[in-house]
Every structure is written in structure tokens, then in C-alpha cells.
Design a protein around this ligand. Structure first.
Ligand code: CTP
Ligand code: MG
Length: 227
């Protein structure tokens, strides 16, 4: 099995509100994206990393990883799903039989072991699977005025994380069809679900956070320092 990692890194980080896209902010001794790429490039099952960059990206070439022989860049698109699809198109030309391991640039705390767990899970989830974390809090559904309507059964609720792991050709087909149908797609699994596939859930570490708001920087730095 050939595994191509796909890293959407074309966002502008509007919620972070920094002076540059959040994936280029420093976390300890290197940037968020550099941490993410190091973990993926070090995994022996990943043969290639395709990173989707903003067409006007001025920072990527400064990363030490930018010249890595097993790393390629493509131009991303307007939404995360467009960026992933651009990278899938490229991966498909290389090897239509490969599997795509899609991982947010903004999740630098992912561990080698969680990636391995996800890859191995396709033995029991042959259509693909995602890392996810069981919800811990009591969950409420509200009306539009912030009044509780009822309590939702937590046992069946998960936080969807990345990586998400699917065959390149199947994911590319369903993602492009879902985008053409104007379906809201915030992760790869939602495109598969829309096409009637039921991806597997693999319990991952809850410290695999997506750096989104300024507060998340300190947390991510702490998690990385503990690895
Ligand atoms: N992403 C992308 N292409 C886009 C939008 C997002 O490749 N058009 C990437 C981001 O770079 C990030 C991942 O998708 O690694 C998750 O997206 P998100 O956390 O929403 O990042 P941003 O879109 O950059 O942040 P914001 O929504 O706050 O602007
Ligand atoms: Mg975004």
C-alpha cells in the first residue's frame, strides 16, 4: 500500500488574527507547519507529502523542509476542501491506487503512534477511517435563543480530528462530486458520508488540537514539549 500524506496549508488564519498565516507562527524552535511536516515525513509508511499552499504564499520556501525530496507543493483553493482536492488531483496522477492521509497543517501535535493506529485501522475499516476523540462533556441541543431543548447522548458523539485516511481515487471522486453539489464539506469524512460511505472512527489523542485561536498556541507548545 502506497500512502501519500496531503496537508492543506493554504488558509489565512483569520480567527488567529496574526500578522501571517497561523501555520507559519513559531511553536518553540520551529513553525507550526514545520512541526506537522516533520512528523509526517518521519513516518516510515508515508512515501510522499503533498502540501497545498496559498497561491501567494511567501513563507513556505523559508522552511527547512521545503526542499525535502519526499515533499511536493500544489496550489490550494478558496476553501479547505478545494485545497485538498487540488492535492488529490496531483496524487491521483502519481498513483491512482494510493491511499491519502489528509492532515491539517494546523494540527502540529499529532503523534507518530496515532498515525500508525489510523493506518492499521483500515484492516477493520476497508473504506477508510478518521482519528476522532470521544466527547467528554455533557452535550446540550439548544434552540436559537440559547435555551436547552434536550441533552444529547454523549456516548455516540465524537470530535472529528485529522488525519483522515481514504483511497485517493474514491475520496477524489466523492469530494469533487460533493463540491459540485454545493454540499458544505469541512472534513474528508463528510464527503464520504454524503456519498453513502460510513467511515470508521479511530480513538485518537485529544491533545491533537487544531490551532485556531491565539489561546491555542500556548496549549500546542505545551503538548509538543511533552512529546
Ligand atoms: N486550509 C486550506 N485551504 C483553505 C482554507 C484552509 O488548505 N482555503 C487549511 C488551513 O491552512 C488549515 C486547515 O485547512 O491547515 C484547517 O483550516 P482552518 O483551521 O480553518 O485554517 P484557516 O482557514 O487558515 O483559519 P480561519 O478559518 O480562522 O481563517
Ligand atoms: Mg478556515
Amino acid at each position: 500500500r502506497s500512502i501519500i500524506a496531503i496537508v492543506p496549508a493554504a488558509g489565512i488564519g483569520s480567527r488567529m488574527g496574526a500578522d501571517k498565516p497561523k501555520q507559519y507562527l513559531m511553536l518553540g524552535h520551529q513553525s507550526i507547519l514545520a512541526h506537522t511536516l516533520d512528523t509526517l515525513l518521519a513516518h516510515p509508511e508515508i512515501t510522499l507529502v503533498v502540501v497545498a499552499l496559498h497561491p501567494q504564499d511567501n513563507y513556505f520556501h523559508q522552511l527547512p523542509q521545503s526542499q525535502h525530496p519526499r515533499l511536493t507543493q500544489v496550489a490550494g483553493g478558496g476553501e479547505r476542501a478545494d485545497s485538498v482536492l487540488a492535492a488529490l488531483d496531483y496524487a491521483h496522477t502519481l498513483n491512482p491506487d494510493a491511499w491519502a492521509l489528509v492532515h491539517d497543517a494546523a494540527r502540529p501535535c499529532v503523534t507518530h503512534d496515532d498515525i500508525t493506529q489510523l493506518i492499521n485501522a483500515v484492516d477493520i475499516h476497508p473504506q477508510g477511517a478518521i482519528l476522532a476523540a470521544p466527547v467528554r462533556d455533557t452535550m446540550k441541543r439548544s434552540d436559537a435563543n440559547s435555551h436547552i431543548v434536550h441533552t444529547v447522548d454523549r456516548a455516540l458523539l465524537w470530535h472529528a480530528l485529522t488525519p483522515q485516511f481514504f483511497p485517493v481515487s474514491v475520496l477524489r471522486q466523492h469530494l469533487s462530486a460533493a463540491l459540485a453539489a454545493k454540499v458544505s464539506i469541512t472534513d474528508e469524512a463528510s464527503a464520504m458520508e454524503w456519498a453513502g460511505v460510513m467511515p470508521g472512527l479511530v480513538c485518537g489523542r485529544i491533545d491533537n488540537i487544531k490551532v485556531t485561536h491565539p489561546d491555542d498556541l500556548q496549549l500546542a507548545a505545551l503538548f509538543i514539549s511533552q512529546q
